[in-house]
Design a protein around this ligand. Sequence first.
Ligand SMILES: Nc1ncnc2c1ncn2[C@@H]1O[C@H](COP(=O)(O)OP(=O)(O)OP(=O)(O)O)[C@@H](O)[C@H]1O
Length: 253
Amino acid sequence: MADLIARNLSVEAGKATLVRDASFRLARGELVALLGPNGAGKTSLLRASLGLEKRASGDALLDGTDSEKLSPMQRARRVAYLPQQRPLAWPNTVRDVVALGRFAYGAAPGRLSAEDADAVERAIKLCDLGSFVDRQADTLSGGELARVHCARAFAAGAPLLIADEPVAALDPRHQFRIMDMIRGFVDEGGGALVVLHDIALAARYADRMIWMKDAQIVADGPPAETLSEERMADIYGVRAKVSGNSVEIEGAI
Ligand SMILES: Nc1ncnc2c1ncn2[C@@H]1O[C@H](COP(=O)(O)OP(=O)(O)OP(=O)(O)O)[C@@H](O)[C@H]1O
């Protein structure tokens, strides 16, 4: 059973509390949106859950193992993590950047098994990168590069996917395409936790919404139970019209 369970996690930096007493579970078969304003603590929560950032208290288990105790390779086989900041370490072709997603299987660009090569080609196709494969990744536009990083995460073939704002720089069509791919991944048995700032997109795709504000999780449940005009006012300080899963933001309060 692949899952990620965070229990009473807190993260501190100096005197600041970035995450306070947060608990959630991510399992296969669900697409969970993590929402909240800038600075709410979303990235800190994800990184601490994955064992990439020190916790002040609480714990986080990936498939029952403390995530802080996993080696990078063990972690990467359990979960593909697409961070918000996605620096390219060096200029490389698109195909080679996507191939980096296979490192958990001992692959390196130029040294791919048939299975690795297959996963890389599938991810390239899924993310609509066919015409870019031989380009240097550092010559792509921001949105094109975002798709390359999505492909790198998909190529990993891990049962869980955690993506921090995967569609932030994308045009509307590619936002839908990426969300469709994540939905498809979940429908085939994966589990995905995705940070989104587009509430309408989140409500349309997510089975569950986790809402954060001021370092705390304040709600966790299906859109029908947690998305409301009051919630939009409380979390984001905006006036919004909410009708079913549709949200129209009218302005700041
Ligand atoms: N090392 C640090 N020292 C002090 N404050 C920090 C540190 N790292 C993060 N913060 C602060 O903690 C808060 C939470 O940051 P985090 O990146 O988790 O927020 P977020 O919800 O992901 O925001 P965004 O939507 O803008 O990406 C922010 O106010 C940030 O400035």
